[in-house]
Structures are given as C-alpha cells and as structure tokens.
Design a protein around this ligand. Structure first.
Ligand SMILES: [Zn+2]
Length: 441
C-alpha cells in the first residue's frame, strides 16, 4: 500500500494514493474492545518534500460500524467538585467564520474525512492548498469532514489518530511526516479520524497587561486532569526526582511532575497583580462575553466575578481551515463596555484586574479555550460552568504549548471526549514570564 506520495503535480490524479477495498479484504481486524495505544511519538522528523503528500484509504462496506461521536460535555467530576451546574453554551459558530488575524507564514492544511461505511481519508498539503476540496473531488459522495485545520509546513506537528475500533495512534514530527506515519499506521482500521496541530502558531502579540505592570507569575496548566487525573511522567522523559512520578497529579507543559504549592487540576495561568491593573486583549478578535458571574465563592472581594472572553480567529484561504481560540480573563473587578460580537484589536482595554470570584489573592486567571479540531469534534461547543473560578471547560489548552522531552500532549487524547492539542500561541518575544513554573526552560 502506498501511504503517501510526493508528487510535484498537484493536479495529477495519478499522484493520489488510494487503497482499494481488496487491499483490506484479508486484513486482520482487531477484536479487543480496549483502547490500543501505539506510541510513535518519537519516530523522528520525517520531512516530505513533495508539494502534495496525500493519502486516502477506503474500507469495504462490510466494515460499517463507525461509532458515533460523543457529545462534548464538561467532566462531571469536575462539576461535582465545584458543586456547580453548567451554564448555557456560549455562542459558538459551527462553520468557518471570517478571521480577525492574518495567518502567519509557513503553514499548510490537513483534512480528515469519514464515510458511513467506516471508510476514511486523510490528506494534507504543506503549501497551503485545499486538501478537503481535493478529497471531495476524488472520493465517493456522502463523506463528512471530521477535522480541517492548520499544520506547520516544515516545523513540528502532532497527530492523534482515533479509529472506531478503539485504536489510538499518536505521532510527532516535522511537516507532513507525522501525518504520513498516521496514515500508514491506521491502514486496515475502520473509521479513523486524524486530529493534528502545529507546536507553534504565533498569533498572540502581547501580554494581557502593560509592559510596566508588576506581575508575579503563579501556577500554570496541569495536564493531569479530567479523565486522566494522574499521569506517568516517565512517559515524558523524566526518570529521576523531583520530576519523575508514575502517579503524578500535577504535570506541567514539560511533562514534569510538580509538587509544592502548585494548583491541582488548574487549566490556566495565574498572574498575581495589584487590584486595578489594566488588562488588554492579546490579539485581534471579537468579544464573546463580558459579564458578571455569581460564583458563590466566599473570601474574596466579591462573590460576583468579572469575566471577559475574546475569540481569536486565524484567516486562511479557504476559510475551511480557519483555527479559532478563545482567550478568557477571570477575577476582574471592572469591565470595559464591550458588547458580544464587538471587534477588538491587540491592546484593546478589557477591564481592571481584581480579587473577585474564587480567588485567594488579587490576580488574573488567563485561560485559552480551543474551538477548532478538539479531541472529539471539528468545532467545539464551549460550556462555562457556573461558579467555577479555575475551569473554562473541557477544551482549555496550554497557550504555551507542550514541550516535553518525549511523547505528545496527553491532554489531546487521554481525557477523551474532553481535551485538545495545546499550541504555543505567542509571537516571538511576546509571551509573558511564567516565573518558576517555567523553571529549567
Ligand atoms: Zn487560576
């Protein structure tokens, strides 16, 4: 079977690798109901130089039985822990929308499709052409685009492949390499959906505060949460104390076990600062919500917390591949007059920081929610639970990305149906200091 091909002629149908049903007629089908984890995260950088690296696999109709996607929902355990019920969904567009941020250079696209028969296809293009249009033009009707998004043309990408027979593959490598590896590995499995993301997607232009502000960085994003409350950090390349722990409850972006004062299950960054510190949008975007929420938390200045949510959409052509993120700012004591849908630019004033809601000291809780190509959906439905000061839902990611010595982002697949691949979103030089959380970087 040809998994991927390098061909300079993007229009040539001969360039497309298509396996016929006969290729799989005699393939052994896994029968175990348990997830099978195949770790190819360190297969190394395979760079494919061709303008198209495209693969498509189709399974015979007899292999019908792709499982239905689970509805996105907040982890009920987290909800119970906070004694809260989810609020109504925020207004999330479920189709590609106009972008507010010009796409950075050096990115291409991928497209993952499935068919009701259990067939699936994966195509990608590191030059920025349209692999979904390509697949639709060259395959049977009735397919569904399950994922469509951005990949780095030559730098690191991560891929999670989840098939309807409960097989999971993970890959990390340069350019189209991990996508090619995912395609190869999934051959013979039904209903495979491939979710990819670049390690770096530089769109945040500045810190959320003015350059002269006095800020004390605190705790960061814990990757051991949701349905993966503990992780084995040996998996991530740590073999001696204090970072090695086969049952770690707090795991940082480097895959290290963290103990001593860091907050468990936290899904954002906390930055200590005086009440009344001006806060600003980190990039161009649109207001999702600017509101007061009664958290029922005692001990701070007010049970009622100021919150701002800004959607950041990257423009790609076509918009099929636009990626979207929401930056969330919590514990504010005053809010700028921002209506839902209003445009903001990098540096738009959002309000004043404070000590409201579930807060032990004056600080900003800065979270990023991923809206596109999350673990279980092309478009996420974001629920923001009532009364929760440190949880933006199951699609919060680390905006500094995942950079462990080995393996890929565990939040991208261990917490399914929650989770999403984290991406480093700051432009060079724009990221604020994370203090001791980033020790050893
Ligand atoms: Zn926080």
């Amino acid at each position: 079977m040809i998994a991927a091909c390098d061909d300079d002629d993007a229009e040539s149908e001969a360039a497309i690798a298509v396996t016929t049903p006969a290729d799989h007629a005699s393939a052994a089908r896994p029968s175990t109901p348990e997830p099978v984890f195949v770790d190819h995260a360190d297969d190394g950088p395979d760079v494919f130089a061709g303008s198209w690296s495209t693969g498509q696999e189709r399974l015979p109709a007899a292999d019908a039985g792709a499982t239905a996607m689970l509805a996105p929902d907040l982890d009920p355990e987290v909800l119970r822990a906070h004694g809260a019920e989810p609020m109504p969904d925020l207004a999330i567009p479920t189709e590609p929308v106009a972008g507010t941020i010009p796409s950075p250079a050096g990115f291409g696209h991928y497209c993952s499709m499935t068919w009701p028969s259990g067939g699936w296809a994966l195509a990608w293009d590191t030059n920025g052409n349209d692999p979904c249009a390509f697949l639709i033009a060259n395959s049977d009707p009735g397919g569904t685009i399950q994922r469509a998004g951005m990949i780095s043309s030559a730098s690191t990408n991560q891929v999670v492949t989840r098939c309807s027979d409960n097989t999971i593959f993970i890959f990390r490598g340069a350019g189209g390499g991990p996508l090619s590896a995912a395609f190869d590995a999934a051959a013979g499995h039904p209903g495979c959906i491939h979710t990819a993301a670049p390690q770096f997607l530089p769109i945040f232009q500045r810190a959320p505060w003015a350059s002269g502000a006095t800020v004390s960085p605190g705790t960061g994003v814990d990757f051991a949460r949701g349905l993966a409350m503990t992780l084995n950090t040996f998996d991530f390349g740590w073999f001696s104390p204090p970072y090695a722990d086969n049952d770690a409850t707090i795991v940082d972006y480097r895959g290290r076990a963290r103990t001593g004062g860091w907050i468990n299950n936290h899904d954002a960054y906390d930055f200590g600062m005086a009440r009344g510190t001006d806060l600003f949008a980190v990039a161009n975007g649109n207001v999702v919500a600017s509101r007061w929420l009664d958290t029922n938390c005692l001990g701070s200045d007010s049970e009622v917390q100021g919150e701002v949510y800004i959607r950041h959409t990257i423009t790609r052509v076509p918009t099929t591949y636009n990626e979207r993120f929401i930056a969330a700012y919590f514990h504010l004591q005053s809010l700028a007059d921002l209506s839902p849908g209003a445009s903001v630019v990098s540096g738009t004033y959002l309000g004043d920081s404070g000590h409201t809601g579930c807060s032990s000291d004056p600080h900003l809780h800065f979270a990023v929610v991923r809206e596109t190509n999350v673990a279980n959906a092309r478009f996420a439905t974001i629920q923001v639970p009532d009364g929760v000061g440190n949880n933006g839902g199951g699609r919060t990611i680390d905006p500094f990305g995942w950079t462990a010595p080995s393996n890929i982002d565990p939040w991208a697949w261990r917490a399914f149906p929650d989770g999403a691949l984290s991406v480093h979103l700051w432009q060079p030089g724009a990221a604020p200091s994370r203090g001791n959380w980033a020790l050893g970087d």
